[in-house]
Write a protein that binds this ligand. Structure first.
Ligand code: UD2
Ligand code: MN
Length: 574
């Protein structure tokens, strides 16, 4: 009896020891992995792992290398908003303008801030080729006067959350910053990091496009990954990007860009249901992913979205392919438009632009730019944009020039080399791009007219008055300058200016501007070239001259054949 009890006792002891031993091995394996990721926060950053139970903590302390055990929680950890202590509120307001974000908030956070695993379940369990097969990447980060804490947090997040085998190096390109700490102090700090990380410096301010080209030229990885200097890479961000390029070297792979609040630095997840587009002024805009693209992915949200354009700051591209597809337009200055140029070029010359929904990187979006703009903002943006329009947009450049009449006469330098590239590569037409890649575009593929809509009786012109979606459209004196008086009568029978359409949802009006949906409905108008009437199909009413009630807006009422309900288009194609 006693010996049987003894045997049972021994078995229990043995079994318990075995369990503890196995647990030790498993935890040791996990934390050794963490250590190679060089993160002091590693145990907190991987939400895939079960939370560590209280009872296991002492064991963890026993087996972990010193320093890796969780540091005390810090402001902003787990992506939470930072609250500024009362005695620093004033300072945080003052310092906001330096970088156009809350520098005090960023400075009191850890450079190794912890974040939850934000991936959707379909992404967490996804199998990728082993890291030994995936291409490695050089990460290129350009900056001009970036804040120390945001720049270093970008770097740490990349090191902490990338498999070391995939991270070849981090190349910073300092675009003539004036802040002293970004000099030798930065070099010294980078030398202590476990990943090869160094700074190239431009002699004078070159702008982000040429700075990126400088970084790319030095890169040694199979892939180049560009990031802005105020980002945070999240768990598992890199493998899905590399996997897309591994499967197809002509893929330009962008992560989902999540929002890091410029005020509280809260990490706010962006939607996987938006993609990149652009308006007539060639401003990059986010729009909902259309049903067509959801269907193509058979409802699987973990599949990459084939986006018409990219935001520009964050993407991976095969290094050789980057050069094959024309790298960047070196003639572009300082900031802006390079993202659309690259998107059009990649699609039209045989590649693809993807939003890889399993990869998420946060970015501090700012409301205003903190930099100086040598020569002025408008001049630089117009210069860059005109270079795209002239090289890539064929006849569709009319949309840009008519809505931006002032730009036509500004200088945009020599684009002959870019045109030659397009020619040699036999890249497709912009019409092909609109038809095949972006049929939902705000630029109608087919249209009957692009110009003024003039009232026959009063001579007034329909005018967007620069108003937004949801507001009333205007009807004022024709100025003949284009801009807000440019409307397109599209083949879908919409009356569109930029990305808004004339929309009527009630009998008797008002006639409003509304985001164009391309589905007809309240945005469908029939124009008769015989009677010159513009009939709103859904309500069977006609557009008319202004009424006494509102002298600066078109009316809408029963069609009566009067002169006030007759309209002409200044540029009728049909
Ligand atoms: C977006 C892109 C950005 C770029 C830009 C259009 C994202 C998240 N960001 O604007 O990467 O494509 O659209 O051009 O998609 N910089 C320089 N030299 C300069 C000016 C800027 O090195 O003369 C750096 C700057 O420090 C930053 C990067 O370029 O790291 C992008 O500038 P930004 O953050 O002001 O651009 P953003 O995010 O508003
Ligand atoms: Mn940015």
């Amino acid at each position: 009896m006693v010996s049987r009890l003894k045997l049972q006792y021994c078995k229990i002891i043995l079994a318990t020891s075995l369990v503890w031993f196995l647990l030790d091995v498993v935890l040791l394996m996990y934390y050794t992995d963490c250590a190679t990721h060089a993160s002091v926060d590693c145990q907190n950053t991987n939400n895939n792992e079960k939370p560590v139970k209280k009872s296991e903590e002492s064991l963890l302390q026993r087996i972990l290398p010193k320093g890796l055990m969780g540091r005390p929680s810090m402001p902003g950890d787990m992506g939470k908003p930072v609250s500024i202590p009362a005695d620093r509120l004033e300072e945080s307001k003052d310092k906001f303008k330096i970088h156009q974000f809350n520098l005090v908030a960023s400075d009191i956070m850890s450079l190794n801030r912890t974040l939850p695993d934000y991936r959707i379940p379909g992404c967490r369990n996804k199998k990728y080729p082993p890291v030994s097969k995936l291409p490695d990447t050089s990460v290129v980060i350009v900056f001009h006067n970036e804040a120390w804490s945001t720049l270093l947090r970008t770097i740490h997040s990349v090191i902490n959350r990338s498999p070391p085998e995939l991270l070849k190096e981090i190349i910073l390109v300092d675009d003539a910053s004036e802040h002293e700490e970004l000099g030798e102090k930065l070099d010294a700090y980078l030398a202590t990091l476990p990943v090869h990380c160094y700074v190239l410096r431009t002699e004078e301010r070159t702008g982000l496009i040429r700075a990126r080209l400088k970084g790319a030229a030095k890169s040694k990885g199979k892939v180049i990954t560009f990031l802005d200097a105020h980002c945070e890479a999240t768990e598992g961000w890199l493998e899905p990007l590399m996997a897309e390029i591994y499967h197809d070297r002509t893929s330009v792979a962008c992560p989902i860009i999540d929002v890091i609040s410029d005020d509280t630095f809260e990490y706010i997840t962006g939607s996987d249901m938006t993609w990149g587009g652009f308006n007539w002024k060639l401003n990059f805009r986010w729009y909902p992913v259309p049903q067509r693209e959801l269907d193509r992915r058979a409802g699987d949200r973990s599949q990459p979205v084939r986006t018409p354009t990219m935001a520009g700051g964050l993407f991976s591209i095969d290094r050789d392919y980057f050069y094959e597809v024309g790298s960047y337009d070196e003639g572009m200055d300082i900031w802006g438009a390079e993202n659309l140029e690259m998107s059009f070029r990649v699609w039209m010359c045989g590649g693809k632009v993807l939003i890889v929904t399993c990869s998420r990187v946060g970015h501090v979006f700012r409301k205003t730019s903190p930099y100086s703009w040598p020569g002025g903002v408008a001049k630089i943006i117009n210069h860059n944009t005109q270079r795209i329009v002239e090289v890539w947009m064929d006849e569709y450049k009319d949309f840009f020039y008519k809505i931006n009449p002032g730009v036509k006469n500004t200088e945009y330098g020599d684009v002959s080399a870019r045109k030659e590239f397009r020619e040699n590569k036999q890249c497709k037409s912009f019409k092909w791009y609109l038809e095949n890649i972006y049929p939902e575009s705000q630029m109608p593929v087919e249209y009957h007219a692009l110009g003024e809509i003039k009232n026959k009786q009063t001579g007034g012109c329909v005018d967007s008055m620069g108003r937004k979606s949801g507001e009333k459209v205007g009807l004022v004196h024709c100025h003949g300058m284009g801009g807000n008086q440019i409307f397109s009568y599209t083949s879908k029978q919409a009356l569109q200016t930029d990305d808004v359409c004339l929309d009527v949802s009630a009998i008797g009006g008002p006639v409003k501007l509304f985001q164009c949906h391309g589905l007809g409905g309240n945005q469908k108008w029939e124009y008769s070239r015989e009677t010159h009437e513009l009939r709103h199909v859904n309500s069977n009413q006609c557009l008319g001259k202004a009424s006494d009630a509102d002298k600066e807006a078109p009316s809408i009422g029963p069609c009566d054949g009067s002169e006030g309900q007759k309209w002409t288009f200044s540029d009728m194609k049909m």
